[in-house]
Design a protein. Structure first.
Length: 285
């Protein structure tokens, strides 16, 4: 069963971690709605509503086509771990989940293989537990292709309803969290808008997945760039970044300094980094 780091003790001599009682845990300032979700999940598990067992069996029967009881138990645990992670880590205002982070980096942590995780996400989206964000830019049919998931998903009102939070309570929680974030932004002389935050989040997620694809060993970008001189390499990747951003209509700044920084980060992730001096002129974009 998956638990966040705050709920587990440091590793002992055997490298094992034990579950701490609530009074001994370091409390993390998670939003009110996530706190209620997590407390519910810890108390009674994910199967709060009578519809959950039906959902689990439907996922098992329609998905893996295996009928032995041990597999069913494993798949139920995988699904519960995934839903526990969503309850703890989803955004409180938008319900947004960083799916690229989940698929690429978190699957091992929650004990679910990537192929099983992709399948569960696809089924949960079809059922309506998860929904595609407005600016995700990709359809759910892309989930099983490309090695990772190139879209942004949000927990739907149905997810909260199955967890015991009705629409009125959900609206109250989100209004409270929205006001809190707006006040925090005002202290920093900024403006917080949930729609703009979600839009930026979706664009960053898409860009992150695009970068992830091009940093693979067999990427045509990586093979082509490895033979180029350093500054030419930086200029080439910067131009392609601008083309990608304009073609997708992402609201990301394309001034020379920002593009140079993005191109440099991408090249370093490829292992082909170009060190540009602090006072050097930006790349010839």
């Amino acid at each position: 069963m998956w638990y966040p780091d705050e709920a587990l003790s440091p590793k002992n001599e055997q490298g094992e971690r034990t579950l701490l009682d609530k009074k001994y845990r370091k409390s993390r300032p998670i939003p009110t709605i996530n706190r209620k979700l997590w407390n519910t999940v810890e108390k009674v598990g994910c199967w709060v509503n009578a519809r959950w067992p039906c959902l689990v069996m439907a996922l098992i029967e329609a998905g893996m086509r295996k009928h032995n009881l041990s597999f069913r138990q494993d798949h139920k645990r995988n699904l519960e771990n995934f839903l526990r992670w969503i309850a703890y880590n989803s955004d409180a205002v938008t319900g947004c989940i960083n799916v690229a982070l989940l698929c690429v980096e978190i699957s091992r942590e929650i004990g679910v293989s990537k192929s099983t995780l992709y399948y569960m996400i696809k089924e949960l989206t079809a059922i309506g537990i998860l929904k595609e964000a407005e600016w995700s830019g990709h359809g759910c049919q892309d989930i099983l292709h490309g090695g990772c998931l190139p879209l942004t998903l949000c927990a739907s009102p149905l997810f909260y309803a199955l967890m015991g939070i009705d629409s009125i309570e959900l609206e109250q929680f989100r209004r409270y969290e929205n006001d809190r974030r707006r006040k925090d932004a005002e202290r920093r002389h900024q403006i917080y808008d949930a729609d703009i935050a979600l839009q930026q989040y979706c664009h960053n997620n898409l860009l992150r997945v695009w970068e992830h694809r091009h940093t693979k060993d067999r990427s045509s970008y990586k093979i082509k760039l490895s033979d180029m001189p350093p500054l030419e390499r930086l200029a080439y990747i910067a131009k392609n970044l601008i083309k990608r951003i304009l073609a997708k209509g992402w609201h990301i700044s394309i001034d020379a300094q920002t593009i140079t920084k993005m191109a440099t980060n991408l090249l370093f992730r490829m292992g082909l980094g170009v060190r540009v001096g602090r006072n050097a002129s930006p790349s010839p974009v």
